[in-house]
Design a protein around this ligand. Structure first.
Ligand SMILES: Cc1cc2nc3c(=O)[nH]c(=O)nc-3n(C[C@H](O)[C@H](O)[C@H](O)COP(=O)(O)OP(=O)(O)OC[C@H]3O[C@@H](n4cnc5c(N)ncnc54)[C@H](O)[C@@H]3O)c2cc1C
Length: 392
């Protein structure tokens, strides 16, 4: 009996994972608008390729906003399953000190991509590049554009994995939303996630401290706390202690507030202990810095966001060491964000990732409105969704 046909539109991480999942039982074709598949996957590999994270099962589900919607997909196909999948593709992995899971040392991102692509080709998956999805016909078949001509594709099932709206040079520009709106599928405007913060530094602070790192800090916003590191840039802050807070910052902006982050430079030291170290000392910046082991960047930051008149009053100083309030001007532009939220509203989608309005169309990956921090959770989310698709 002839195999049923699945057409996958968008050859990114989620699309490749779905193709691999179904290639034994279905005839599969991938249609990708770019000249090659997996371009964002390669970009992701540039700065330390976190393929997934050691966190498993229930604990893993907690990292996902829209947690209830993704819960079953993640529980059924968690990080341990992803590691087995990678290993079967010839990509052994190891757990880094931060819990992030990387390809074994010496395996480059391009080799990971090649292993996946080779497997797909070996299994008969046909990859059409330079084919851009432009809309649906009246029967909900897909129309793609190739060499200035329109081609209508027909298949038993379509899996869409068109990505979010950041790093458009990798292909994911989010321009596809209108095509889904036209068939009555609600989409939500894209916004940056896992991105930097714009902060209004003084010129003096910028000149002397951009590029410096704030290590072992705790940052909080509205009682939501993250420990880690942040890097000072010309425009504000980036880093692993910043990205997980972005959803809170977005939430605050959406209410019309000016969000403030609070930095604790000494998260291991209680306030009273720190106060004891300076309360009987001369009220001089240098003395306080030495007594509390604060470096020049930390001191400059505290000074920048303190009331100059009371800056050296010991209890005020310690309050600023433990809870320095920094107003956020805005988020960095979506284009440079590691990921985006927005896209297809999850209420439009069944538990097996098919559209409620058309169950032979599936949507997975960053084109759906979900959110997770960096650290391997984004690719893991794509993997879990690709494996949660059920086609009989
Ligand atoms: C700098 C950076 C670093 C990252 N690092 C990590 C990391 O270490 N770990 C991690 O887990 N995640 C990381 N990510 C995030 C991760 O890469 C993405 O979440 C993931 O690639 C999303 O997969 P996707 O398949 O949904 O979308 P994408 O990978 O963006 O793929 C979408 C595909 O659809 C194609 N497409 C779009 N529109 C059309 C159209 N109209 N017709 C045909 N094709 C179309 C695009 O060309 C693209 O190939 C990083 C991202 C960036 C930008």
């Amino acid at each position: 009996m002839a195999k049923k046909k699945i057409i996958i539109i968008g050859g990114g991480a989620a699309g490749m994972m779905a193709a691999e999942r179904f290639c034994n039982d279905f005839e599969i074709a991938i249609y990708e608008k770019g000249k090659t598949i997996g371009r964002k996957f390669l970009v992701a590999g540039n700065g330390g390729f976190n393929l997934t994270n050691k966190v498993e099962k229930e604990d893993l589900t907690q990292y996902y906003r829209s947690h209830n919607f993704l819960k079953k997909a993640i529980l059924d196909n968690d990080s341990s399953k992803m590691r087995i999948w990678l290993s079967n593709l010839g990509i052994p992995t190891f757990i880094g000190t931060s819990g992030r899971i990387f390809p074994e040392k010496g395996i480059k991102p391009v080799q990971v991509l090649k292993s996946i692509r080779d497997r797909l080709i070996e299994k008969g998956v046909i990859i059409f590049t330079h084919h851009k999805f432009i809309g649906f016909d009246e029967k909900c078949n897909c129309i793609v554009e190739h060499n200035n001509s329109e081609i209508t594709l027909s298949a038993d099932y379509f899996i869409f994995s068109l990505g979010g709206a950041s790093w458009s040079k990798t292909g994911s520009d989010g321009t596809w939303t209108t095509t889904f709106e036209k068939i009555g599928v609600k989409t939500i405007p894209f916004q940056a996630s896992n991105c930097g913060l714009n902060i209004e530094w003084s010129d003096h602070f910028k000149i002397h401290h951009a590029g410096k790192h704030l290590k072992n800090i705790k940052i909080s916003i509205d009682r939501f706390e993250i420990k880690g590191e942040a890097t000072i840039t010309d425009y504000g802050l980036e880093g692993n202690a910043i990205y997980p807070l972005i959803w809170k910052v977005r939430e605050s902006f959406s209410k019309g507030d000016t969000p403030k982050i609070s930095i604790d430079f000494k998260p291991l030291n209680p306030r009273e202990q720190l106060l004891d170290k300076i309360k009987n000392k001369a009220q001089r910046t240098k003395t306080f810095a030495l007594s509390l082991n604060l470096n020049s960047t930390q001191i400059a930051l505290i000074k920048s966001f303190s009331d100059k008149k009371y800056f050296l009053e010991p209890s005020v100083f310690i309050t600023n060491v433990k809870q320095l309030q920094i107003p956020i001007h805005s988020l960095r532009p979506m284009e440079e964000a590691i990921s985006t939220v927005g896209g297809i509203d999850i209420n439009e989608v069944n538990a097996n990732f098919s559209l409620k309005k058309n169950p032979s169309i599936f949507v997975i990956g960053e084109m759906l409105d979900w959110d997770a921090p960096t650290g391997g959770f984004l690719l893991q989310g794509c993997f879990s969704m690709a494996h949660a698709i059920e086609i009989k």
